[in-house]
Design a protein around this ligand. Structure first.
Ligand SMILES: [Zn+2]
Ligand SMILES: [Zn+2]
Length: 334
């Protein structure tokens, strides 16, 4: 059984949870610690189940309570090294986050998160020191689909310190997170094509952005390639993911995304272990990070579903717009 819930989604704060009967992980901590606890309890979850926090980047709406949450609940934090360095200066984290509880993620490299600590229900066994013996930085040959918790960060264009998306294999249930993405890159498409559940930004409607009163420089930042995705771009990303098949969907971080990620020709998936690649397994599309001023859930859903309706795989997809200021439904897959 795998559970997913969005605790908040948007520029007011981002925080997502994936878990099962015994353990779970948070992706970003962009809302207050008390709010995380409260919204988890609203859907029947306990914060005790959270084993660590993955951080996509160092914008306020993703790390608001990262320092206090990690310190109060003794949770290790995983982020890229430049992002961890930025935590030492950021007012949300600098006074709370001890360097010993931060562990580096490397774009293009698998990280295995489970282990003896994840098997334990004793929180005291899961302090930062202990965790070091549990984390397993693994190369691609060891990735085994459905066998534990595997995280593969990958670089995305966004104007923060070192923004990553995540491909997560949580005991066989696969997720791709693309919460803040300035453009539709080949890598983003390939990772989207690999997951069963896609959490992807649908930030703005261009006409609403143009006429909505945002200053011109802010508008340029949002639509400039390192800001956020318009609804039509999100639709394009999904369509391209659905169109991938066979060998094309082997995710290759080839540098053709135009990102200076320092990663070259990393074949992330071994064909023997990553499941059937003949068709994208995509089932669920969760639209996230909708702008409060420049989009509506109805407009995002209608723009994206209208653009994809003629696709042969459209009928197999379930679309959900994640709410901004409350927990989503709890989604459960057996
Ligand atoms: Zn954001
Ligand atoms: Zn951001």
């Amino acid at each position: 059984m795998t559970q997913f819930v969005s605790l908040s989604s948007g520029s007011n704060g981002n925080c997502y949870y994936i878990g099962n009967e015994t353990c779970g992980i948070l992706i970003d901590a962009g809302i207050g610690t008390r709010t995380i606890k409260k919204r988890m309890s609203e859907v029947g979850l306990s914060v005790d189940r959270v084993r660590c926090v993955l951080v996509s980047h160092d914008h306020f709406d993703h790390i608001r309570s990262l320092g206090t949450f990690a310190a109060r609940f003794q949770k290790p934090v995983y982020a890229t090294a430049p992002c961890i360095a930025a935590f030492r200066r950021h007012y949300c984290t600098r006074d709370f986050l001890d360097a010993s509880c931060c562990h580096p993620l490397v774009p293009g490299e698998w990280l295995r998160l489970d282990g003896k600590c994840f098997d334990s229900v004793e929180p005291s066994l899961f302090d930062a020191k202990e965790n070091r013996s549990c984390e397993k930085a693994a190369d691609r040959r060891h990735y085994s689909h459905g066998n534990g918790i595997w995280v593969l960060p990958f670089s995305v264009p966004h104007d923060a310190t070192d923004t990553v998306g995540f491909f997560i294999d949580f005991f066989g249930e696969t997720f791709t997170f693309l919460t803040d993405v300035g453009d539709v890159t080949d890598d983003a498409v390939r990772f989207a094509a690999r997951a069963r559940h896609l959490i992807v930004e649908a930030n703005y409607d261009p006409e609403m952005l143009r006429t909505g009163g945002y200053p011109a420089d802010l508008q340029r930042r949002i639509r400039g390639g390192h800001g956020h995705l318009a609804n039509a771009q999100t639709a394009e990303l999904i369509r391209r993911a659905l169109d991938l098949n066979g060998a094309d969907s082997g995710c290759v971080l080839s540098g053709d995304s135009g990102l200076d990620s320092g990663v070259n020709s990393c074949d992330c998936f071994d064909s023997n272990t990553s499941g059937d690649a003949s068709v994208s397994p995509l089932q669920d599309v969760f639209l996230c990070h909708l702008s409060e001023n420049n989009n509506t859930p109805e407009l995002a859903l209608s723009t994206i579903t209208d653009a994809l309706r003629s696709h042969p795989r459209f009928a197999a997809l379930r679309f959900t717009a994640l709410p901004r200021r409350e927990a989503s439904d709890l989604f459960v897959w057996e």
